[in-house]
Design a protein around this ligand. Sequence first.
Ligand code: HEC
Length: 203
Amino acid sequence: MRNIKLALCCLLLVALLYIGCQTKASKEAGVSTSAALEHEALVAKGNYIVTTGMCDDCHTPKKMTDKGPQFDMERRLMGHPSDMPIPRLPTDALDSWVLMDMNFTYFVGPWGLSYAANITSDPTGIGLWTEEQFFRSMREGKHKGLKNGRELLPPMPWEVIAQRTDEDLKAMWAYLQSTEPIRNIVPPPQPPEALKSYAMVEQ
Ligand code: HEC
């Protein structure tokens, strides 16, 4: 009889322990599921802001269709394709024109020649940045978001993006970090003096 009581007690204890563990596990699972859902919602909001904020206009290469140039979404946000040649520039346009081609990933103006950056999650993009760098880049227009980074060149509209709320910038950052990493080393910008002697300028 005593043995049976003892066995029953043990059984009860095991059952209680089991229930206890289950509840803890499901609570933990619940917490991580809701954190994952929250992150998913943040990424979706970021995608919405990046899409409607027209980042693709400059940062996504285009493909030619019968309706004209359209975003090449397989190369979304990879910036100016490093293997794309720059056509020769008409020298007489340099004094008074701002120029860009149909791909809309490089730009010539009084600031020289600038290329849209790779902003995918790849290390050649902004994959190795911190959130703080992203905030500084968007709010202060600093290259790579570094305190002593050079000023970002036109036509990157950072002064407009700077007015977004912290929540918006956080969502954009979450989305950009979730993008497909695309390896593409965008060439450095050229100063105005370089344009005259640049091989692409008709002599
Ligand atoms: C009108 C064209 C244009 C639009 C629109 C645009 N960008 Fe840019 N962006 C550029 C160019 C050009 C550069 C490179 C500037 C430079 O080299 O100084 C750049 C640079 C950047 C950089 C800095 C990269 C670095 O290496 O420091 C980030 C980050 C960035 N853009 C994010 C965005 C986001 C996010 C959006 C949309 C909300 C956006 N851009 C919209 C043209 C644009």
